[in-house]
Write a new protein. Structure first.
Length: 58
């Protein structure tokens, strides 16, 4: 039986990424607070930082 990946809503990803960008807590602390794996915290932070310049280009 294949594994089913758990999906996370965009709103949760955004909250986690903002917390990670703030830098007030470690990735492990953020992960524990939101109930996600620590590697996802780093991945979502990286995605936001990469896409942020596109938000301001118009």
């Amino acid at each position: 039986m294949p594994r089913v990946r758990k999906g996370y809503p965009a709103s949760l990803k955004a909250k986690v990424a903002v917390e990670a960008i703030k830098g007030m807590k470690t990735a492990a602390q953020i992960a524990q607070t939101f109930g996600v794996p620590p590697n996802l915290v780093a991945n979502w932070k990286k995605q936001v930082l990469e896409q942020l310049p596109e938000v301001f280009s118009a």
